[in-house]
Unconditional design. Structure first.
Length: 85
């Protein structure tokens, strides 16, 4: 699973995982132990993640500006992968 930070605040989930990559994510009623990692950028993965954001979040005008914003370089730099342990 991949996520990008929208905000650049010092106190954020992104910076928390940079300091300690182990944590938990809840999906529905399930809680998964995870490890957060910065993914490799050279393998075409970022383009696939960009396309996934655009595909999922451009169906409404309200979300479109966020989808287009989160594929900009500043946000791409804040991409994190969550690996279920």
């Amino acid at each position: 699973m991949f996520a990008r930070s929208w905000g650049f605040a010092e106190r954020s989930w992104y910076n928390t995982f940079l300091n300690n990559p182990f944590g938990e994510i809840q999906g529905g009623d399930a809680i998964f132990k995870i490890k957060a990692e910065i993914p490799e950028k050279e393998n075409g993965l970022m383009e696939k993640i960009n396309n996934a954001y655009l595909s999922k979040y451009t169906s409404t005008e309200h979300n479109k500006k966020y989808a287009e914003g989160i594929i900009e370089e500043d946000h791409i730099e804040k991409t994190m992968e969550f690996i279920i342990l």
